[in-house]
Design a binder for this molecule. Structure first.
Ligand SMILES: *Cc1c(COP(=O)(O)O)cnc(C)c1O
Length: 391
C-alpha cells in the first residue's frame, strides 16, 4: 500500500470540510477535447448547477486563466451574471428559461439567450430595441427530446419572426440529445442529428449562412465527430467524469482513447475518534451494531452538505490510502466511519469522501451507483456552502 497522499492544502486548515479543485486535471480534460475537435469548433463549458457542484466562480476563474475555453453555458440569468463577474469577456449562453418580466435584465453585452417561444422573442425584442442593443439568440430545435424546443415544421415561421423584429439577431441553432448517454445504440442520436442538419440547410436557404450550429453534449463530443459542428457544449466530461458507463465503454474502443481526470476532491476533518465496544449501536435508528471493538471516526458532513442519506451503511471514505466503511445512518451534518483497520486515526486528520488516496479511489460515479442515480446528481447537490480550494 502506498503512503497516503492526503495533505492539507492552503486554506483548508481551519475548515471542517472543503472541496479541492485540480486545475491541471481540468486543463487536461479541456485539452482532450481541443485535440479532437476542429480548430474552428468552439468549446463551451456548462457551468450550470454551480458548475456541477464544483463551484461556479472558482471554475470560471480557473477557465479564464488558460486558452481553450471559448464560451460558458448556464441555466439562469443569475448564473450568467456570476460568470460575467469573473470572466467579463467570455460569451455566456443561457440555456434555460428567463421569465418574460426578467428579460430586460438579460439584455446585457455578452449574454445570449436560447429561445423557443414567440412570447420571449417579442418581449426580448422590445426590451433590446428601447435600449438600442442587439441581443443574439439561439433557437432550440425540437428533434425528439421533447423538452424545450421548436418543432422543425414551425421553424420557418419562427425565424421569420426573429428576422422581422428589431433588437434581436439570430446567431445560433441548437438541439440536445435524448438518448446518447444511456445506450450503446446511437441510432436515435443520429436521427436527431439528421433533423438538425435538415433545418440547418433550410435556414441556409433563408439567408442564414453563418449560423452557429451546436448539438454536442459530452457524450456526443466524445463519441461523434459529426456532432462537433461550430461548438461543443460540455459539462460532466470537462470535470473529468464520464457521462455514463456506456459512454466509457464506447469511447474506450476508439483509437487514441485517453482517460479523463476528475477535477473535484471532497475532504473533511475527523471531529472525533473513539472506541466503541462490541455490541453497541451506531447512529440513528440503531441500524448498525458493532460486531467487534471498533475504532470509530466521526466526520462532520452529512446529507445537508450533499452526502446522500441513501449511502447509509453502503459507502466508504478513504483514510491513509485505505477504505473505511460507513457505519450507521448518514445524519444531517455527520457520518461515522470504521477506522479500526487503518493506521494513525486522530482528530483533525483529513478523510476523503470523493477522490483518491494512495491507490484507492471513491468517485462520484461510485457513489451514484450506490444511490441508483448518476454522477451528475451527486455532484450537483454538493452544498455551495462548502469552501472550494483551487489546487
Ligand atoms: C447540461 C447541458 C449540456 C452538457 O451536458 P453534459 O452531458 O454534462 O456534457 C449540454 N447541452 C445542454 C442543453 C445542457 O443542458
Amino acid at each position: 500500500m502506498r503512503a497516503s497522499v492526503s495533505s492539507d492544502p492552503k486554506g483548508s486548515l481551519d475548515r471542517h470540510t472543503w472541496i479541492e479543485l485540480n486545475a491541471r486535471a481540468y486543463r487536461h480534460n479541456i485539452g482532450h477535447f481541443r485535440k479532437r475537435i476542429p480548430s474552428r469548433t468552439r468549446i463551451c463549458v456548462a457551468v450550470k448547477a454551480n458548475a456541477y457542484g464544483h463551484g461556479l466562480r472558482e471554475m470560471v476563474r480557473i477557465s479564464r486563466e488558460f486558452v481553450g475555453i471559448d464560451w460558458f453555458a448556464v441555466h439562469t440569468l443569475q448564473e450568467a451574471k456570476e460568470v460575467q463577474d469573473t470572466a467579463p469577456t467570455h460569451p455566456v449562453l443561457i440555456l434555460g428559461y428567463v421569465p418574460l418580466r426578467a428579460l430586460h435584465r438579460a439584455v446585457r453585452p455578452g449574454v445570449r439567450l436560447t429561445v423557443w417561444n414567440p412570447e420571449t422573442v417579442h418581449a426580448l425584442s422590445s426590451q433590446a430595441h428601447v435600449r438600442g442593443l442587439l441581443v443574439p439568440v439561439h433557437i432550440k430545435l425540437e428533434t425528439g427530446t421533447n423538452r424545450h424546443g421548436v418543432h422543425a415544421e414551425d421553424i420557418t415561421a419562427f425565424v421569420r419572426l426573429i428576422d422581422a423584429l428589431p433588437g434581436i439577431k439570430l446567431e445560433g441553432l441548437s438541439t440536445h440529445y435524448a438518448n446518447i448517454e444511456d445506450t450503446t445504440d446511437y441510432s436515435y442520436a443520429r436521427h436527431q442529428t439528421e433533423i438538425l442538419f435538415g433545418v440547418r440547410n433550410q435556414l441556409h436557404d433563408m439567408g442564414h449562412t453563418d449560423l452557429m450550429v451546436h448539438s454536442a453534449c459530452s457524450a456526443a463530443a466524445l463519441l461523434f465527430p459529426a456532432t462537433h459542428l461550430d461548438m461543443i457544449r460540455i459539462g460532466i466530461s470537462a470535470y473529468g467524469i464520464w457521462p455514463s458507463k456506456e459512454t466509457l465503454v464506447s469511447a474506450s474502443s476508439l483509437p487514441g482513447f485517453e482517460p479523463l481526470r476528475p477535477v473535484l476532491t471532497w475532504k473533511a476533518r475527523l471531529s472525533q475518534v473513539k472506541s466503541v465496544p462490541e455490541g453497541q449501536f451506531i447512529g440513528y435508528g440503531c441500524t448498525y451494531r458493532a460486531t467487534r471493538s471498533t475504532l470509530l471516526g466521526i466526520v462532520p458532513v452529512g446529507y445537508s452538505e450533499g452526502y446522500p442519506r441513501h449511502l447509509s451503511g453502503r459507502a466508504h471514505a478513504l483514510f491513509h490510502g485505505q477504505r473505511a466503511p460507513l457505519r450507521g445512518r448518514v445524519c444531517m451534518n455527520i457520518i461515522m466511519v470504521d477506522l479500526t483497520d487503518v493506521p494513525d486515526a486522530h482528530i483533525e486528520a483529513p478523510i476523503t469522501l470523493i477522490g483518491h488516496d494512495g491507490d484507492e479511489r471513491v468517485t462520484a460515479t461510485d457513489l451514484a451507483a450506490l444511490c441508483g442515480t448518476i454522477p451528475y446528481e451527486i455532484l450537483a447537490r454538493l452544498s455551495p456552502a462548502i469552501p472550494r480550494i483551487i489546487t
